[in-house]
Design a protein around this ligand. Structure first.
Ligand SMILES: Nc1ncnc2c1ncn2[C@@H]1O[C@H](COP(=O)(O)OP(=O)(O)OP(=O)(O)O)[C@@H](O)[C@H]1O
Length: 646
């Protein structure tokens, strides 16, 4: 008990913080991953508790395995049982061979007597080898399938949760910690097979030993226990160390990546940041090396102690065998078989304890995956609901208020506005005034805290969310630059639709991205990712034309463009605003968020936002005619920069 307390205290200590970590990150980088919580669960692991927990641990993995490939699972299970039985029969046959060899008679007679058992043992060895190889093949088939299934479940759930969950720090931690679950589930298969094998082998050896002499059974346990204890101790230390040091290693890797990444390449060279970061990396790597050394030393000592105790127990066992021989309670043949059974059984028992420990360790990660699954289900975007009209005459915000969960102040306060079908509605306002938030609510990504949003007569709170998404196209300020080909970058606007010939090209022509289609080395099939062979790089403005082509391809009825022209040259920008305007001729409604006052003046209605509220609404003319209006001030400020006559 005391030893355990000391042990805990030693491992509870925070790892030292290197000076570099302090300088770069302001202290230790501790992401507080969910799985750090498991540290004491594993440290509390006692052999009996681990064995008791075994069926439950196996349950979730076996369910996954059954879902992935029931045939492979059955093969593995049956072949492992078969191998256990073969072990037992093998030991009994060995006993028979030894009995025959030590029986009175000439050598030839004794050999002849031993022959049938020898042949049977040979056949059994072949059967055992076949079973082992079948089990290996089955395990090999099962492991990647289990990992794939678990990964797919994880990714499907991650893609299906509300945006709010993705932005929630606590959920993100869960998302991060659960990513280890799939690999852990795979590892558990191997450990399960190992444990199963261990159990059957031990049962076989124990059965044979009990038949030979029951006193030998506890001795078998005595030999195995120290090694099992040693294995468990080493695994626990490794796990605790990993928990404590993982963030330090992450931080070191982050520094490492920053030296080599493309994004930082310019500053790394011009500002000579490379040398500086390399020194920091060296410092941090040295700090964790010291921990590795400490772990290795601890392991060496633990294993030595375990080997000493195990050796002493083995000595006692052989002494007991000797005593049984001397007192005539066991003949030489039986003693030989017993020695063999003791060896096989004790090795299997040590291995079993290690496997159970691995199972326990891995199951903690699998449990994280389960916890994530439950949380993701609770926060999933609900399926079903009222379908929304294709072209609603108007979309109305009625007293909408919205606050991000981690913020005190609402990002939107009491917003009332109407978007009329087939018009361009512009949103302007200072940074942080809530324009993008309003757009996210409009697109169905967030639900208002108070008030309602109506598509025609349908309240978005009751609407089919997937149906809303189907009607919306978004070109965000930081829209996704997919590391795929130009064609896919446009087609991905509506990936579920089979591409009709010429549709990508038409969408590209709409935004001016068709120039890229003709000038890039492989045309529309050029990969837009420099990090790969044959990949090409686009400029910020070129990317924006690709983004615009993508939302054109989507052909949605509500088009939301959040700063769609920030990287375009003046000529392209004027054309772009004209194109966005032209979308309304097809009956589409356009919501335009921009700081470019010249570009939005042609909008049908301009809404001015300030600190989460809607403070002015009207056409450019109306707002300019209002002396002292916020809009007029913003417009003139920008115009003044160009010296434009008022
Ligand atoms: N995901 C988020 N979680 C918490 N707060 C957020 C989040 N996104 C935005 N905010 C906060 O909500 C407020 C409104 O932000 P929003 O992005 O809607 O402003 P904006 O008008 O679009 O700004 P900009 O013109 O700079 O793009 C800001 O105070 C911002 O810090």
């Amino acid at each position: 008990m005391r030893e355990k307390k000391l042990y805990r205290r030693a491992w509870r200590a925070e790892p030292p913080i290197s000076d570099s970590e302090r300088e770069l990150f302001g202290g230790a980088l501790r992401y507080d991953f969910g799985w750090v919580k498991h540290e004491y669960a594993v440290l509390d692991l006692k052999p009996l508790a681990a064995v008791r927990a075994l069926p439950q641990l196996l349950g979730s993995t076996l369910r996954l395995a059954w879902e992935s490939d029931p045939r492979a699972l059955l093969t593995v299970g049956l072949t492992e049982i078969g191998q256990g039985m073969a072990q037992a029969v093998g030991l009994l046959l060995t006993n028979e061979v030894l009995q025959a060899l030590f029986a009175p008679g000439t050598t030839t007679e004794r050999l002849r007597a031993a022959l049938p058992a020898l042949v049977a043992a040979g056949v059994l060895a072949v059967v055992n080898a076949v079973l082992a190889s079948l089990s290996t093949a089955g395990t090999g088939r099962l492991e990647p399938k289990v990992e794939r299934l678990a990964t797919e479940k994880y990714l499907r759930r991650a893609a299906g949760v509300e945006l709010e969950a993705v932005e929630d720090g606590a959920f993100r931690k869960l998302l991060d910690s659960a990513q280890f679950g799939a690999l852990a589930a795979r590892n558990m298969i191997g450990a399960c097979v190992g444990a199963l094998n261990g159990v059957f082998t031990i049962v076989a050896a124990a059965g044979v030993l009990t038949v030979l002499h029951p006193a030998l059974l506890p001795l078998l346990v005595l030999i195995a226990l120290p090694r099992g204890w040693g294995a468990m101790h080493v695994a626990q230390r490794r796990y605790a160390s990993r928990m404590n040091w993982i963030e330090h290693e992450r931080a070191a890797r982050l520094v490492n990546n920053l030296i080599t990444s493309r994004e930082s390449a310019k500053e790394v060279r011009v500002h000579q940041v490379g040398r500086y970061l390399l020194d920091k990396f060296h410092d941090m790597a040295e700090t964790s090396e010291a921990e590795q050394t400490r772990l290795a030393d601890g392991r060496a000592i633990t294993e030595l102690i375990a080997a000493a105790f195990s050796g002493a127990a083995a000595l006692a066992t052989y002494a007991a065998l000797g005593a049984l021989l001397v007192t005539g309670r066991m003949d030489i043949a039986m003693a030989g078989t017993a020695a063999l059974a003791v060896r096989t059984g004790s090795a299997s028992l040590s291995a079993l304890i290690t496997h159970i420990n691995t199972l326990h360790e891995e199951s903690l990660y699998v449990r994280d995956l389960d916890r994530f699954t439950a949380a993701a289900e609770a926060r999933a975007i609900p399926l079903g609901g009222t379908p929304v009209p294709d072209f609603p005459e108007k979309i109305t915000f009625e007293n909408v208020t919205f606050r991000y969960p981690d913020r005190e102040q609402p990002a939107l306060r009491d917003i009332c506005l109407t978007l009329t079908a087939g018009s361009v509605v512009a949103l302007v306002g200072a940074n942080g005034s809530g324009k993008s938030t309003l757009v996210k609510i409009l697109a169905g990504l967030h639900q208002p805290g108070d008030g309602r949003v109506l598509w025609g007569d349908t309240d978005l709170a009751e609407a089919d969310r997937l149906d809303i998404f189907r009607h919306v196209a978004v070109l965000d300020q930081d829209f996704q630059r997919w590391p795929f080909t130009l064609r896919t970058n446009i087609r991905i606007g509506q990936p579920e639709r089979t591409d009709e010939p010429g549709r990508v090209e038409r969408a590209a022509a709409y935004s001016g991205a068709d120039k890229l289609g003709t000038t890039l080395p492989r045309g529309y099939d050029t990969l837009l990712a420099r990090q790969f062979r044959h990949g090409s790089e686009l400029s910020g403005g070129q990317w924006q034309t690709v983004g615009q082509a993508r939302f054109r391809y989507r052909e949605a009825n509500l088009v939301i463009a959040d700063e769609p022209t920030s990287a375009l040259d003046p000529e392209a920008e004027i054309q772009s605003f004209a194109r966005v305007r032209a979308l309304t001729e097809e009956g589409r409604t356009v919501v335009l968020v921009s700081h470019r006052m010249a570009g939005i003046q042609s909008a049908d209605v301009i809404h001015v936002r300030h600190e989460g509220r809607l403070v002015e609404s009207g056409s450019h003319r109306e707002l300019m005619d209002r002396p002292g209006s916020r809009y007029r001030r913003m417009y003139l400020l920008q115009a003044d920069q160009y010296g434009t006559p008022r």
